[in-house]
Design a binder for this molecule. Structure first.
Ligand SMILES: Cc1cc2nc3c(=O)[nH]c(=O)nc-3n(C[C@H](O)[C@H](O)[C@H](O)COP(=O)(O)O)c2cc1C
Length: 404
């Protein structure tokens, strides 16, 4: 973490149970050589004391927008600009809403509005708060405004519920800080990338649909990773619970036919990564009204094949992307089936993964994959989906620069 030496972090601590993890974050930042100044919200002070923050940071703690002494010492504008990076941990639902609205109603939100520096937020909240449409809207707005997110993770919560909303651990936040402060290598600058992600929903009638277990985690991570390397990235996503990745253009679709239309409209691109789990079939005649349940009578659904987006993008021709990468989700004979898919579809690489239920890949945070390119098979160690994405993006950058 040498990158953190002498970096100035303005850490904003909001009013959530996870505020205690902020103390550990300060300690780790200081160990890595960073200077840390803290803003503690009024609610944050209900969870941790200014004294703890001051002792750990070795700096005065700021809380009040209208403090004559603080303004005389260091105005709130200067406070927000004297840092290299602003970190909000925990970022409460309320503070994220204030940020998304551009409010400047207290010192934290004013500093966040007045800054000209990158901002990283580590949200922490109850799972229902996280999934609430208002929180989704705020996140989408913040992502569009260029705010960086780390977490939240999934797990048991202080409120006895389970789900997404746990603040990222200090080590993870530290890594995100280091990544943001590291000089960015942008080997894919000037390249256009298309990534498909998530499942598709194929309607049976107005209320029912055919779907699959894809979460979109891996595809979204790949879009983020390509964008981080500088690619102008369009993510065509089926219905997912994933937050919209920052710095990525997003086209939301429902069905395979819509996904194909959005993907082909994006051409020409240099890179296409088809990570979506596109439904193989759709109902040939989607009912206009809800199909009624009639005792003893089973409706019969006639299916037709969906368009093969990967094969279509791989077709030779002037619009073919230079590199087309497909995914093969297999439950048996992983490599053999993936090789077969590579040949059938005509793509350049296949990322094969074992999605048998025991692996917990669908919706899980990690993935064990194999990269198949022609006769070559690379077995990658089990890693987080973000790490798999970063590795794949690195390989893609290398291939396009002629290095592989
Ligand atoms: C015990 C307790 C725990 C709370 N935990 C959270 C939390 O984890 N996330 C959150 O968004 N709000 C939480 N809240 C609500 C916030 O404290 C409240 O919205 C507050 O206004 C946030 O202010 P701030 O954004 O200025 O820190 C909690 C409230 C209480 C009483």
């Amino acid at each position: 973490m040498a990158i953190l030496a002498d970096k100035r972090i303005l850490l904003i601590i909001g009013g959530g149970i996870a505020a205690y993890k902020g103390l550990e974050l300060i300690r780790r930042l200081r160990e890595a050589g960073a200077e840390v100044r803290c803003i503690l919200t009024r609610a944050g002070a209900e969870f941790v004391t200014p004294l703890s923050l001051a002792s750990l940071s070795g700096e005065k703690v700021f809380s009040d927008l209208f403090s004559l002494t603080d303004e005389a010492e260091m105005g709130h504008i200067q406070l927000s600009r004297a840092a290299d990076l602003l970190v909000v941990a925990p970022a409460t639902a309320d503070l994220l809403a204030r940020m998304a609205q551009g409010l400047a109603s207290d010192l934290a939100s004013t500093a966040l509005l007045a800054t000209d520096k990158p901002v990283l937020v580590a949200p922490a909240m109850n799972v229902r708060m996280w999934h609430h449409p208002a929180s989704r809207r705020n996140r989408a707005q913040l992502a569009a405004d260029g705010i960086h997110f780390v977490g939240p993770g999934e797990g048991p919560m202080a409120c006895n519920e389970y789900g997404l909303g746990r603040m990222a651990e200090p080590a993870e936040i530290l890594e995100a800080i280091a990544a943001l402060l590291a000089p960015q290598a942008r080997p894919l600058a000037g390249r256009r990338a298309l990534v498909t992600s998530g499942p598709t929903h194929e309607p049976i009638d107005p209320v029912r649909y055919i779907a699959n277990r894809s979460s979109g985690k891996q595809g979204h991570a790949i879009a983020r990773a390509l964008a981080a390397l500088g690619a102008d990235t369009l993510l065509v996503s089926g219905p997912t619970q994933e937050p919209d990745p920052p710095g990525v253009r997003l086209a939301k679709v429902e069905t395979a036919v819509e996904m194909l239309a959005a993907a082909t409209a994006a051409l020409p691109v240099d890179i296409a990564v088809c990570a979506a789990a596109v439904a193989d079939w759709r109902v040939s005649d989607c009912a206009q009204e809800k199909i009624k349940k009639r005792h003893g009578q089973l409706p019969s659904l006639a299916l037709v094949e969906n368009p093969d987006i990967l094969a279509m993008l791989s077709r030779p021709g002037p619009a073919r992307p230079r590199l087309v990468v497909g995914f093969a989700a297999e439950t048996e004979n992983i490599i053999a089936n993936a090789r077969d898919k590579l040949a059938r579809k005509g793509c350049d690489w296949i990322i094969a993964n074992d999605v048998s239920p025991a692996q917990g890949v669908f919706g899980g945070a990690s993935n064990t994959v194999h990269l198949i390119a022609g006769a070559k098979v690379e077995d990658w160690p089990t890693a987080s989906k973000d790490e798999v994405a970063a590795r794949l993006a690195g390989h893609i950058a290398e291939a396009l620069s002629g290095g592989a």
